[in-house]
Design a protein around this ligand. Sequence first.
Ligand SMILES: Nc1nc2c(c(=O)[nH]1)N[C@H]1C(S)=C(S)[C@@H](COP(=O)(O)OP(=O)(O)OC[C@H]3O[C@@H](n4cnc5c(=O)[nH]c(N)nc54)[C@H](O)[C@@H]3O)O[C@H]1N2
Ligand SMILES: Nc1nc2c(c(=O)[nH]1)N[C@H]1C(S)=C(S)[C@@H](COP(=O)(O)OP(=O)(O)OC[C@H]3O[C@@H](n4cnc5c(=O)[nH]c(N)nc54)[C@H](O)[C@@H]3O)O[C@H]1N2
Ligand SMILES: [Mo]
Length: 775
Amino acid sequence: MTRKNPKVEEADESELEVTGHPKTWAAGVPGVYYSMKPALEHMGVERSRKTLLALNQKDGFDCMSCAWPDPGHRKTFEFCENGAKAVTWEATPVVIGSEFWAGHPVSELRDRSEYWLGMQGRLTEPVYKPAGEDHYRPVNWDQAFGIIANKLRSLPDPNQAAFYTSGRTSNEAAFLYQLFIRAYGTNNLPDCSNMCHESSGWAMGQTIGVGKATVSYDDFAKAELIIVMGQNPGTNHPRMLTALEEAKEAGCKIVAVNPLPEAGLMRYKNPQKVKGIIGHGTDLADQFLQVRIGGDMALLQAISKRVLEAEDAHPGTVLDHKFLEEHCDGLAELRAHLARLDDATVLEATGLRLEEIEELAARYIAADRVIITWAMGITQQKKGVATIKEMINLLLLRGNMGKPGAGASPIRGHSNVQGDRTMGIWEQMPPAFLEALGQEFGFEPPREHGLDAVQTVRAMRDGGIKVFIALGGNFVGAISDTHAAEEAMEKTELSVQISTKLNHSHAVTGAEALILPTLGRTEIDRQESGPQFVSVEDTVCAVHASHGTVEPVAPGLLSEVAIVCRLAAATVGGRTSADWAGFEKNYDLIRDHISHVVNGCEDYNRKVRQDGGFILPNGPRDSRTFNTPTGKAILTVNELEHVERPAGTLILQTMRSHDQFNTTIYGHNDRYRGIRKGREVVFVNPADLTELGLADGQHVDIHGVYSDGVDRVLRNYRVVSYPSARGCAAAYYPEANVLVPLESVAEGSQTPASKAVIVRLEPVPVLEEEPTAWG
Ligand SMILES: Nc1nc2c(c(=O)[nH]1)N[C@H]1C(S)=C(S)[C@@H](COP(=O)(O)OP(=O)(O)OC[C@H]3O[C@@H](n4cnc5c(=O)[nH]c(N)nc54)[C@H](O)[C@@H]3O)O[C@H]1N2
Ligand SMILES: Nc1nc2c(c(=O)[nH]1)N[C@H]1C(S)=C(S)[C@@H](COP(=O)(O)OP(=O)(O)OC[C@H]3O[C@@H](n4cnc5c(=O)[nH]c(N)nc54)[C@H](O)[C@@H]3O)O[C@H]1N2
Ligand SMILES: [Mo]
């Protein structure tokens, strides 16, 4: 059944086609058609049926394409085009054979695109690159674990190792991984969340005492107003559109705040409804505010200010006084601060008209149940944490928390990034968790905070990190400042990637390097006690089981749990009471320990087996309890700042196309934005083009403008005239990561500020043959 991929063509950017117009609808019939095509072509009918039909079903596996929850009333076929792509990409029977490694030196793989690397197929056996050599070569599992354990044990200080996690890892694997790392003696646990929703966790933790959504799935249908900020659900959380549509049918108003008119928010066709197939679809957004990049903080302050003014005009009718008195601190300070906010600053920061802001304020005041959702357009900003605190301010003013149809809803990215955090994947786990972990396994976990993602790159660069181990993900491809990250990684002595497929991080290595292949979520995981399932947590704190449904793509693959257990046994076996061999045989034993250590997971084995799983407790959502120093939610004062744009420059955001999952590139089209057969494009507002003396179709070099004197550049990009907000350009991540300075991060959370890079576009005289910085 397995087969090899003989040849994958790189994209030829000269074939790039641009239709120029954003599509005004998402999903619908083409969506389903495009979903099925790749699956059927690669996998054959039987494997496609076992994967696509098992997606998000009761006894199937959790879709790995996003963290959007499943409705209680699961529909067969609640899948989306991009979920289908993710499943196909993983469940493909194409594999990398042993001969691949001799034919492809690491130096060659380094210049390959993410698309080409991913299309080589699934990794099937451990491979090792000795120091000084340019090739990986197959090794057996024992050799691989021996090399890592010896190296880790030889380090004079466990803080010279860093252990990355990407958010696809299951709760079971994550729990064991952090136990292993802490038993080894460090809290150096950078994760993808550091680059993603860290700003949300930070802002919410400080204001309401919990860094997770305060809504459940059913709240969406009960809301009167949903404000979607800095998020592109049509591409990145397509099933969310169904929930928005249901809300809208029940009378809810939807407001989109975004520099781009994203398909789906503007119009949506539900392929699961006859009406969606034949009709013209639903206009989801009742109001679209085309905000400037980084202008959300000013917008939110302006709305809160109007709420307070409306209360002054009609005392006792606008604010939720009872809620504010019983549950909140800081109203007087907020009031005094916002009184000084002036409209001119707000208009400059947002690029909006006063009437638009007044309209949103009126909508907010008129609605009794309001949800604000957001994603990367907010978190990956210098003022991301402060902006989210302003969302909390606005919600608290009218008691929009801890009641049906209301709350704060960060929409997570990776399908289990939230669960991994719950299980202890964080460089700053609180003392109570460490205490419980130490007691359960009879050891003393380190207490000092570890390194996050950006700090890990700095430490590698400065020689402080000798060993880098990654449970999933593509750290070098995903982190900011690609070239700085590459140089830093190459200073390590050993790098280890536990992965399903090849990516750039396998080609940018320490002196020695290992790749350990693993089972994916679609695959049946058989262990000594029988087939195992794992568990995951979605963006609204619902925890449920995930069962693989297809045969593993190769016989020798180990599950992530097995890999962590064997690595731990070889490195720290005996340092704790953990029964590493037993855990691998039967995942119930892991879940028993999770029950004892993780808050809210008591009786985990039983609860996770319930139909639909269970929902973790959440103070603000369940009982308006706020785990802050005062026991109250905190209204905060945040000094307004927006992104300054020097003359002749643009603010560039780095975002996802419709054909990718993070650094995984499925194809070269971005259907909803009218791009075909290429990714090397920069979207610019037509008026900005005129001002800069540029034209649609022209090729430019994109230079980063940053104070450290480094010339960060992306070469030969095609300019696309596109209705983005004035002064705001866009290009695709991960290629554009070469432009994001490592030191440009969100205040507090240290999340790379990937949505606001100041750039200068320089025309390229003629089409160059030179490859771009990414290759
Ligand atoms: N198919 C697919 N699904 C995915 C992913 C994927 O790559 N592909 N990735 C997953 C992951 S890990 C994540 S975190 C999520 C990401 O989900 P999103 O956050 O939706 O992803 P991005 O493409 O980064 O889109 C950012 C959005 O914010 C807008 N934006 C940029 N700057 C600003 C700003 O200053 N203000 C406002 N209001 N808006 C702004 C952009 O125009 C864009 O619509 O999706 C998850 N799901
Ligand atoms: N400029 C810019 N940079 C960004 C962002 C941005 O918007 N702009 N977004 C940021 C965000 S939100 C995130 S979350 C990060 C993403 O950062 P990462 O999570 O590190 O990156 P991914 O591309 O999701 O990782 C893909 C790789 O994961 C491996 N993989 C897939 N499935 C499995 C599995 O089941 N098990 C294991 N062990 N491995 C698996 C495969 O080898 C695949 O190549 O990037 C961040 N970087
Ligand atoms: Mo993410």
